[in-house]
Ligand binder design. Structure first.
Ligand SMILES: [Zn+2]
Length: 299
């Protein structure tokens, strides 16, 4: 495993000690039924969303390549059918690492056009000082969309909608219309400060707008799958969105007053929020700097 992948594995699961990250043999896939045909699976990397029923298996994201067999085994407990479609919420490899394995087994990979573009070319994630080589052809989405795409399967309707310049420039959130589930991808890190990938076109204002898209289609019964963190709901997504807006506002004022990224972090603009949100893998100082850098870059 390359160091870069280790790094993001650490990032993706900072709740666990770093040494545990690389040993995928210890990872167990946990399945939660959310509706008649809808499931969430958690292992290592981004949370999975599934529709399983009479027509086909539809899967959102596929974590890391070494977990493909475990994910396949977890799905096989629910159906005899193979995975027919995979929708990638964005290009990061804790969400697309299994693409080549599943495509090799017959799945059709679908994503926003910027996901295919970024996976096809070398990427540099500045925040992590990390270079990611182009993915092999077999890992690339073969169906791409610009605005939205809808899957009509299993008596449900899965609407994948692009949310511009949010966590990256290729994020999709997915609404399971009939079973009342939303998969937010990495637009939503439940209960923690998020990583916003500015190098991949991400912006904090786009993340806030993406949360608003999710909130607009949710009701009090909607089950919301975050990219990372436990299963959630509308009230928690709203609290997260409001936290982001508060931080963006405070940091924006400091930047407008001429403060540098270092000055912003030193001013501790998130101090009263850190108890609730600062215990994930992005630490309070890092988040303040990330938002300041993002606002400076995009103003
Ligand atoms: Zn991500």
């Amino acid at each position: 495993m390359r160091n870069a992948r280790t790094w993001i594995a650490v990032l993706a699961f900072a709740a666990l000690p770093a040494a545990a990250q690389q040993d995928y043999s210890k990872v167990e896939i946990k399945t939660t039924k959310l509706g008649a045909t809808t499931y969430m699976m958690e292992g290592a990397g981004g949370n999975l969303g599934l529709s399983i029923g009479e027509d086909a298996v539809f899967l959102i994201d596929d974590q890391f390549a070494p977990l493909s067999q475990k994910i396949t085994a977890a799905i096989a407990k629910l159906t005899d059918k193979p995975v027919k479609f995979i929708l990638n919420t964005h290009w990061h490899f804790d969400h697309t690492g299994g693409n080549e394995n599943f495509a090799g087994a017959g799945a059709i990979l679908v994503a926003h056009e910027n996901v295919r573009h970024r996976m096809s070319t070398e990427q540099f994630i500045e925040f992590l000082k990390m270079t990611e080589k182009p993915s092999p052809k077999g890992a690339l989405p073969v169906v791409t969309f610009a605005g939205s795409v809808t899957f009509h399967l299993n008596g449900d309707e899965m609407r994948a909608m692009h949310v511009p310049r949010a966590h990256t420039d290729g994020d999709a959130i997915v609404h399971f219309v009939n079973t009342n589930v939303i998969h937010m991808g990495d637009v939503y890190f439940n209960g923690m400060y998020p990583f916003i990938d500015t190098s991949s076109g991400g912006t904090i204002q786009g993340v806030i707008a993406g949360c608003d898209r999710g909130l607009a289609i949710a009701n009090d019964q909607t089950k919301i799958i975050p990219g990372h963190g436990p299963l959630s709901n509308k009230a928690e997504l709203k609290a997260y969105r409001d936290m982001l807006a508060t931080v963006a506002d405070r940091v924006g004022k400091l930047v407008a007053a001429g403060k540098t990224v270092e000055d912003v972090a030193a001013a501790k603009p998130t101090a009263d929020l850190d108890e609730k949100w600062g215990k994930g893998f992005i630490k309070p100082d890092q988040f303040a700097q990330m938002v300041a850098h993002n606002i400076l870059k995009n103003r």
